[in-house]
Design a protein around this ligand. Structure first.
Ligand code: HEC
Ligand code: HEC
Length: 351
């Protein structure tokens, strides 16, 4: 080998080692990243809104009121906020959502953070086409909010202040299911996390997260292979994978796409923003702590035809597990935008 070739091979090996996440001196982890790679982890400057349901302050205000108002449940005891609580990262802290009779439903209430960036189907198994399409489902489910859409429209139409709010939002006081769904979705798109220590670190503050969390981030992107699915600044690819949680008849996305082996037992990759604030974990709340989540990945899920090719035993050391945990904890924001009392302006608030 010519010396220059050898030198090149050496540079490649070092770069590869960095990429694979071998712990080096913490500062070099980020220092070796070019601007583009860092930029992928920066919170975007603006919240995107679809062309057919653009932002307006009046719509956001109406959506907020509806989200918090038990008028949208049959016996006026529950609202969207019953299961999507701002202080629990917009989940409810239960392993499964509570039905009207307080028995467990099949699924855990997911966080609503960063919905504006979710282009693909929503719900743990992708049963919802888009954000607008979610609202009628919990609203009309007999075990949940238990209201008919006709009754929802009637109740809101009879309320003078709601008619005025619909008029402000849609230049017409008529209450329709589509308008109700559009307003709630506009409010939901404003649900974003606050700034986390990780964000301060990515922006250049070397001291913002501990060396352990920095090593954890390198493992996350490297040997532990987490970033393959938890990709980008919101830490999700919005896609569906079998990581070894569902068993038996609990086949997730496989219910809808029966011909696909890979989608059997596949569930939607959740964002990891504020993840430490919303235990327990997974679509069925079956994993109690973040430490146990890391153990699950370390075991490599369940060996079966549907298992994602990215899931395999990792053989992480105790220190490496602690490092990944420290990184996940660094994604918690210390404060959050107070959407319950915010005043909405002509342009949407920035994330
Ligand atoms: C009883 C608790 C409960 C109530 C009340 C409730 N939800 Fe949910 N929500 C859930 C559960 C459980 C899921 C997961 C459903 C699924 O995946 O099929 C969910 C899923 C969602 C999702 C999809 C999130 C994602 O990551 O894909 C959105 C959006 C949402 N709910 C909004 C609402 C809105 C708007 C309301 C009020 C109209 C509401 N929810 C009322 C429990 C609840
Ligand atoms: C093959 C894609 C994939 C890879 C690789 C992957 N994840 Fe996940 N992750 C998912 C999916 C899908 C879920 C939801 C599974 C469910 O609910 O059944 C999930 C759930 C989680 C959760 C729970 C979040 C919540 O709100 O319930 C955490 C935490 C997590 N992953 C962290 C990690 C870490 C750390 C790694 C690397 C060791 C990793 N993931 C690797 C796809 C992946």
């Amino acid at each position: 080998m010519r010396p220059s070739v050898r030198r090149k091979a050496c540079v490649v090996a070092v770069a590869l080692a960095g990429f694979l996440g071998f712990p080096g001196p913490p500062r070099t982890i980020l220092a070796s990243w070019d601007g583009e790679r860092r930029a992928a982890y920066r919170v975007p400057a603006e919240i995107p809104f679809p062309a057919d349901n653009p932002y307006s302050a009046a719509k956001a205000e109406l959506g907020r009121r509806l989200f918090f108002d038990p008028i949208l449940s049959g016996d006026r005891t529950r609202a969207c906020v019953t299961c999507h609580l701002p202080d629990l990262a917009w989940g409810d802290g239960r392993s499964r959502a509570a039905a009207l009779d307080q028995t467990d439903m099949d699924l855990r209430s997911p966080t609503l953070l960063n919905m504006a960036w979710q282009d693909g189907p929503l719900g743990w198994d992708g049963k919802f086409r888009d954000l607008e399409a979610v609202t009628p489902v919990p609203l009309m489910a007999p075990a949940n909010m238990n209201l008919t859409m006709a009754e929802a429209v009637e109740r809101l139409s009879e309320d003078e202040s709601y008619r005025a709010a619909f008029a402000a939002a849609f230049r017409d006081p008529e209450v329709t299911p589509e308008r109700l769904e559009a307003a709630i979705a506009t409010f939901e798109r404003l649900i974003v996390p606050g700034t986390s220590p990780f964000d301060r670190w990515i922006a250049g503050d070397d001291e913002a997260i501990a060396a352990s969390a920095q090593r954890g981030f390198a493992l996350f992107n490297g040997r532990a292979g987490c970033a393959g699915c938890h990709s980008g600044w919101s830490f999700t690819d919005g896609s569906f994978h079998d990581i070894g949680v569902g068993t038996g008849a609990d086949i997730g996305r496989g219910r809808f796409i029966k011909s696909s082996t890979a989608l059997r037992y596949a569930f939607k990759t959740p964002t990891l923003r504020d993840v430490a604030k919303r235990a327990p974990y997974m679509h069925d709340g079956s994993v109690a702590t973040l430490g146990q989540v890391i153990d699950l990945y370390d075991r490599g899920g369940i060996e079966r035809p549907s298992r994602s090719r990215q899931i395999r035993p990792l053989d992480l050391t105790a220190t490496e597990k602690a490092d990944v945990l420290a990184f996940l904890e660094a994604l918690s924001s210390s404060s959050r935008p107070d959407l319950a009392s915010a005043t909405f302006g002509d342009v949407p608030p920035t994330p």
